[in-house]
Design a protein around this ligand. Structure first.
Ligand code: GDP
Ligand code: ZN
Length: 337
């Protein structure tokens, strides 16, 4: 048996990079018998042991423990209205850094970055915010400050893949043996960034109008790229459609202050709506807790609930809506619905 790392999956065929070079392998039958869920199957980024066969099919025999992973909820195979068991589909593993990519022009939204931060923190990777297209936004100071204020513990880099500005600042992460994944909306410049870091075109950059329904055209099918520095970048289709999956821990990490307040409410089961002695409402009233921050917490909590447990979500939905409405009571303009 030899160790290797999965770099690509096409149907049942796995490409594994090993000391023997690139090896094509299939899964040993035992995987299909013993793997309880799809998360037990190897995915891009996984370290595995394979039975190497020089003359025939090599077989993946063992999956090694993961130190980080991204999963998405897989609703496939479930008829509408029947979502009892949402499967966890792992889309990338064993990365060190999560580059949260957001462009400085039209789509810039701190709330979205916050949401990605939640996912990144839960993944086991270390988040780094990358603000792209600096050449289109010469006055990025306010946006940069806003991100830094919202996430003071997270490094933020401003780059342009077109001019190359700021890219050298990323070399502290792109060290030999380190692995990075990109998280960010379509169009923010992930492919362009990858190409710039590779010093060559490995991923076709979308023209403004040619966003086709199947996503993107890649110049290769590769899903794990080796940069000239020896760092690796994972870019799988699944990474681009990430939803929140059981991100409760991640939420706590991003909203320590909020959850700290919960411990100060008079009642353990406080819903933070009408109860006397509610620390959340007190903090909202005296400005210690920003309404925006609280609202973000509620929205994320609600989204997670949705993925974790649809029926629970439906039951709780009214309570959350009431809470959000209360948060906005008295605010000019009000909050509809
Ligand atoms: P992806 O969907 O996140 O992979 O985004 P792409 O890399 O395909 O880029 C989407 C669009 O943004 C393309 O038209 C790119 O040319 C453009 N773009 C990407 N990076 C930059 C940049 O640094 N500066 C400018 N001006 N445009 C960029
Ligand atoms: Zn309370």
């Amino acid at each position: 048996m030899i160790p290797g790392r999965v770099t690509e999956i096409q149907r049942d065929q796995y490409t594994v990079i090993t000391e023997q070079g690139e090896v094509t392998a299939v899964l040993k039958g035992a995987f299909y018998h013993t793997a309880g869920t799809r998360e037990d199957f190897p995915c891009v980024g996984d370290f595995v042991f394979i039975h190497y066969n020089e003359n025939g099919a090599s077989r993946i025999a063992k999956l090694l423990p993961r130190h980080s992973k991204f999963s998405r909820a897989d609703y496939s195979g479930h008829a509408a209205g029947h979502v009892k068991t949402i499967l966890e589909q792992v889309v990338a593993t064993n990365f060190d850094y999560v580059f949260i990519v957001s462009s400085l022009n039209w789509d810039f939204k701190v709330s979205r970055i916050v949401r990605y931060l939640t996912q990144a923190r839960q993944s086991g990777g270390q988040p780094v915010v990358i603000l792209t297209k600096a050449d289109l936004a010469p006055d990025f100071g306010a946006q940069l400050a806003e991100v830094q204020r919202t996430a003071p513990d997270v490094p933020v880099h401003v780059v342009s893949s077109h001019t190359g500005s700021g890219l050298e600042g990323l070399s502290e992460y792109l060290q030999l043996g380190k692995t990075v994944v990109f998280l960010g909306m379509s169009g923010v410049g992930k492919s362009s960034l990858l190409n710039a870091l590779m010093n060559q075109e490995v991923m076709t950059v979308k023209g403004i109008r040619e966003v086709d329904s199947r996503g993107r055209h890649t110049t290769t099918h590769r899903q794990l790229f080796m940069l000239p520095s020896g760092a690796m970048v994972i870019d799988t289709p699944g990474m681009r459609e990430l939803g929140l999956f059981g991100a409760d821990d991640g939420i706590s990490a991003g909203f320590n202050d909020v959850e700290e307040l919960f411990t100060q409410c008079r009642f353990n089961d406080c819903s933070h709506q009408t109860e006397p002695g509610c620390a959340v409402r007190a903090a909202l009233a005296n400005g210690l807790l920003a309404r925006e921050h609280w609202k973000r917490y509620l929205v994320q909590k609600r989204e997670n609930k949705f993925v974790d447990d649809k029926s629970g979500y439906l039951m709780d939905k009214r309570a959350w809506q009431k809470s959000i409405a209360l948060t906005h009571k008295g605010k000019k303009g009000g909050y509809k619905k």
